[in-house]
Design a protein around this ligand. Structure first.
Ligand code: ADP
Ligand code: MG
Length: 257
C-alpha cells in the first residue's frame, strides 16, 4: 500500500482537483484507492459527491478520538468502483487546536493508517493550504509527495519553503519521505510563459516532473459543483484526458506495480 500526499502550501494550485481525479483515474484502472481528505474545506469530499452536512463521522473523529479508527469513517464511492474516501467537514478546522495537546500529535494519522495497512493499493491525502499540524500529520504518514505547481509567473515562489518543510519532516518524523512527482497545472502550451515555467521547474526538480501537464480547462472547474470527477462529468474534455494520462504515467513510474 503506497501512501502519497498531495502537498503545496499555496492554495488554488490544483491539489484537490489532482487528488480527486488521480484517485478516480487509478480506481478506474482497477487499483483499490483510498482518498483521505484532511482539508477542513472538505473539497475532496464534496467533489466526490458526498454531502458534508449529512456526514456522521469524518477524519476529524479519527484525529481527535483515540477510539475512532479509519475504518469507522471510510465510505465507498457510489460513483466509481474501487474508490473509497475518508471524508472531511468544517469541524476539522478545530482539530488543529484540539490536537495541540495530544501525545505524538504529529503521527496520529500515521498510527491510524497501520490498521488498514494492506487494504488498499494507493492512499492519497489531500492537504490543506498551510503548514499546520494537519499537513505535518499527512507528511509524516506518507511514503511520498506529489506537488502540484500552477503554471504562472510566480510558480517557484514558495517552493523553497515547501522543500524545507519536506526536509524538516524527513529529519525528524519520516526519514524515507520522497518527492514522488511534480505536476504542472493550469498549463497552456500555447504561451511562452508556460513553456518557460515548465523549463524552470524542470531545472529545479529534474526527472520528478511529470511529462503530463494539466491544461487550464473550464470543465475541471465545473465538475466539483456537480460532485463528479472529471471523467464522469465530461470524459471527452482536455482535462479528463490529461488526468487519465497522469494516472497512466504515475503507474508506469511505479514500475508496473
Ligand atoms: P487547491 O486544492 O490547491 O486549493 P483546487 O484543486 O481546489 O486547488 O483548484 C482551485 C480552483 O481552480 C478550483 O475552483 C478548481 O475547480 C479550479 N481548477 C483546478 N485545476 C484547474 C484546471 N486545470 N483548469 C481550470 N480550473 C482548475
Ligand atoms: Mg484543496
Amino acid at each position: 500500500m503506497k501512501k502519497i500526499c498531495i502537498f503545496n502550501q499555496k492554495g488554488g494550485v490544483g491539489k484537490t482537483t489532482t487528488n480527486i481525479n488521480l484517485s478516480c483515474g487509478l480506481a478506474m484502472l482497477g487499483y483499490k484507492v483510498l482518498a483521505i481528505d484532511i482539508d477542513p474545506q472538505g473539497n475532496t469530499t464534496s467533489g466526490l459527491g458526498f454531502d458534508k452536512s449529512t456526514l456522521q463521522n469524518s477524519i476529524y473523529d479519527v484525529l481527535t478520538d483515540e477510539n475512532v479508527k479509519l475504518n469507522d469513517v471510510i465510505i465507498e464511492s457510489q460513483l466509481v468502483n474501487n474508490l473509497f474516501i475518508a471524508p472531511a467537514k468544517m469541524d476539522l478546522a478545530g482539530a488543529e487546536v484540539e490536537m495541540t495537546g495530544a501525545e505524538n500529535r504529529e503521527i496520529i494519522l500515521k498510527n491510524k493508517l497501520k490498521d488498514i495497512e494492506s487494504d488498499f493499493d494507493f492512499v492519497f491525502i489531500d492537504c490543506p493550504p498551510s503548514l499546520g499540524i494537519l499537513t505535518i500529520n499527512a507528511l509524516s504518514a506518507c511514503d511520498s509527495v506529489i506537488i502540484p505547481i500552477q503554471c504562472e509567473f510566480y510558480a517557484l515562489e514558495g517552493v523553497g519553503q515547501l522543500i524545507n518543510t519536506i526536509n524538516l519532516v524527513k529529519k525528524s518524523l519520516n526519514k524515507d519521505l520522497e518527492v514522488e512527482g511534480v505536476v504542472m497545472t493550469m498549463y497552456d502550451s500555447r504561451t511562452n510563459l508556460c513553456t518557460e515555467v515548465y523549463k524552470e521547474v524542470t531545472k529545479y526538480f529534474g526527472e520528478k516532473v511529470f511529462k503530463t501537464t494539466i491544461p487550464r480547462n473550464i470543465r475541471l472547474a465545473e465538475a466539483p459543483s456537480f460532485g463528479l470527477p472529471i471523467n464522469l462529468y465530461d470524459d471527452k474534455c482536455k482535462g479528463a484526458e490529461a488526468y487519465e494520462d497522469l494516472a497512466n504515467e504515475f503507474i508506469k513510474r511505479q514500475g508496473g506495480n
